[in-house]
Design a binder for this molecule. Structure first.
Ligand code: XMP
Length: 530
């Protein structure tokens, strides 16, 4: 476990709990999210938090059997901040009262200060004329916030007083300064509460956080922990060329050097120049022991005649494990398997519908490998968010071009080639994709886009080039914006850009005579075509 000063976020299932963690990490504060029902007193003492935040959530404290924080939280002697449901939980547990349902506030609201209170400590700097979320000048004496509640606090717990009031939440901001307990009905963690960051910053300051969560510090500590875990044993890492596995490999290499072997499985479904780029960087620039398994024949012949997307994925997954096992055997086996699992993948999300059955997201970049091969996992990125992984990659000296790369799926071009996969189609696809990405780079759009690629369609269409008839493949361009790949929107290229790109693809890539642009968002579409 990390040795940083630690803030504990108790999760009651809000949609935005992760944003609390993001905001705190931006303040160089290390925090952990734990679902309320997994927290025993023993776990609390082991975590030794320096402050606690109670998140929002969909439950109602007025419902019998509703979610509560462990009572011991209030005896730790550390500052506690309750947000939305977290505020109501504090009142319910500390002797106040909450009323169900009749006073909903959703979206933007304004809070006025209760006269006579010194606005310092956690409230320092609030109610000043700051710009609002739309960038317009604010009004002194009121604070714009984002609300999302049905219930509200109607009687304060002993020791608390009201600091601020909104039209439908007379106790929107409350505090017990003596115990350093604070609670707000609104959500300071969201973008639409313009001064939310200030409130959180004030809170961590008064809790004594020094901002000791930095990437350089994290790097040193992670290296030490990997050495402790691995000892003198061997570690295998499946390198996909993606950012996560690359950063994990670079970090583990720094920790245990030659005890690490990376395997890059080239299944023949990589983009143009990709295998060379990945292998070149790791083998030549990082001097890392890398096995480049060129297995395109094995993968492409197994995929021959297969057009069902799920079958394609299964075949690729099975062969991947096969190749990896063979390579592990070649080097005499390894006790540890490295994975680039990230924090959002390991957070246990709270399930209210399922009662005691908590949903735990499990994540396997190399599906099923660890169980099948009886290996112990090394997951040095488990505490990081994606942008922190990128920051760590920069800290480790990985080239910027590598760190900023768009995600690329494990099954590669197979899922961008609907219908049967042939070498001819893959060649055409690789060329068209390279032109599209080149266009995006030339126009300076690469970093604005989450992911962009070409899919080759399983239809031929008629065209005319020169004075001749053509009968070639159609392709679709796909480019989306997204923050996490879970939802996405198509990128609004200009018509000029699309026209220029279509012309270039048809002129430069033999085999394509028609270009379309996919304008489906996710949902209802997915990012990949299969
Ligand atoms: P979809 O197509 O589900 O994709 O909207 C969401 C994100 O996940 C990537 N993706 C995969 N990544 N193995 C991976 O490593 C896979 O099987 C896979 N399928 C989709 C996709 O590229 C996008 O970033």
């Amino acid at each position: 476990m990390t040795e940083h000063q630690r803030l504990l976020i108790i999760d009651f299932g809000s949609q935005v709990t992760q944003l609390i963690a993001r905001r705190l990490r931006e303040l160089n504060v290390f925090c952990e999210i734990r679902p309320y029902q997994t927290l025993t007193d023993a776990a609390l003492h082991e975590l030794r938090p320096q402050a606690v935040i109670l998140s929002g959530g969909p439950d109602s404290v007025t419902r019998p059997g509703s979610a509560r924080a462990p009572q011991a939280v209030f005896d730790l002697g550390v500052p506690v901040l309750g947000i939305c449901y977290g505020q109501q939980v504090m009142m319910a547990q500390l002797g106040g009262e909450v009323e169900a349902g009749h006073h909903a506030e959703y979206g933007r609201a304004f809070i006025g200060p209760t006269p006579g209170h010194q606005l310092d400590g956690i409230f320092a700097g609030l109610f000043a004329p700051e710009p609002n979320s739309a960038g317009e000048p604010g009004v002194a004496g009121r604070e714009e916030v984002w609300m999302s509640h049905g219930d509200r606090v109607t009687r304060l717990a002993p020791g608390f007083e009201v600091i601020g009031t909104s039209p439908n939440a007379p106790m929107a901001m409350i505090a017990d300064e003596a115990r350093r307990f604070y609670a707000v009905q609104f959500h300071p963690e969201v973008h639409h509460t313009p001064n939310g960051r200030r409130l959180l910053e004030n809170f961590v300051r008064l809790a004594g956080f020094t901002g000791d969560w930095t990437m350089a510090g994290y790097r040193d500590e992670a290296v030490r922990r990997i050495r402790e875990q691995v000892g003198s044993a061997r570690v295998l890492c499946a390198l996909s060329g993606g950012v996560d596995s690359s950063v994990a490999a670079a970090l583990i290499h720094e920790a245990v050097g030659d005890q690490l072997t990376c395997v890059f499985v080239d299944h023949g479904l990589m983009r143009q120049g990709e295998a060379e780029e990945v292998v070149g960087m790791f083998r030549d620039h990082m001097n890392l022991h890398l096995i480049h398994a060129t297995e395109s024949d094995r993968f492409l012949s197994a995929l021959e005649g297969v057009s069902d997307p799920e079958n394609k994925r299964k075949i690729i997954g099975r062969l991947f494990i096969e190749v990896f096992e063979e390579q592990a055997h070649e080097i005499g086996g390894a006790e540890f398997l490295a994975q680039g699992t990230l924090y959002p993948d390991v957070i246990e999300s709270v399930s209210f519908s399922g009662g005691a059955s908590v949903t735990i997201k499990s994540h396997h970049n190399v599906g099923g490998l660890p169980e099948k091969m009886g290996m112990t996992l090394v997951e040095p990125l488990r505490e990081l968010f994606k942008d922190e992984v990128r920051a760590l990659g920069r800290e480790l000296g990985l080239p910027a071009s590598f760190i900023g790369r768009h995600p690329f799926p494990g099954p590669g071009l197979a899922i961008r080639c609907p219908g049967e996969i042939t070498r001819e189609k893959l060649d055409i696809l690789r060329k068209a994709d390279a032109v599209f990405i080149d266009q995006i780079r030339r126009h300076g759009l690469y970093d604005e886009i989450w992911q962009a690629f070409v899919a080759i369609l399983p239809v031929r269409t008629v065209g005319v080039m020169g004075d001749s008839r053509t009968y070639d493949y159609a392709c679709a361009l796909r480019a989306v914006t997204s923050v996490d790949g879970m939802t996405a929107d198509f990128y609004p290229f200009t018509h000029a850009f699309l026209g220029e790109t279509a012309t270039r693809i048809i002129n430069e890539v033999r085999g394509i005579n028609r270009v379309t642009y996919d304008i489906t968002s996710k949902p209802p579409g997915t990012i990949e075509w299969e």
